[in-house]
Design a protein around this ligand. Structure first.
Ligand SMILES: [Zn+2]
Length: 84
């Protein structure tokens, strides 16, 4: 089984516009995390970090989330080799 990529997860967590591609991504992610504990944990970890990120940056423009900053704030053991 092919795991979700970090990019998939980041895009999924940061979806702000519902369009054809975000719906496709959401269904891909949801289908996968139903059967994969590892990716479910990563998605939920990203969601937690992203929520904190948004609340820490509430006074700034929420549409300009710095994905690299988001990744930097993740624990190293969340983004690991087994993710590839
Ligand atoms: Zn997976």
């Amino acid at each position: 089984m092919e795991h979700l990529t970090i990019e998939d997860i980041i895009q999924f967590v940061t979806i702000s516009v519902i369009d054809e591609s975000s719906i496709r991504l959401a269904s891909k992610v949801n289908t996968h995390i139903l059967q994969c504990d590892l990716c479910r944990k990563k998605v939920s970890a990203f969601q937690t970090v992203y929520d904190e990120f948004l609340s820490n940056n509430a006074s700034k423009n929420q549409n300009t989330v710095d994905v690299h900053k988001l990744c930097d704030s993740m624990d190293d053991d969340i983004i690991t080799e087994d993710f590839r």
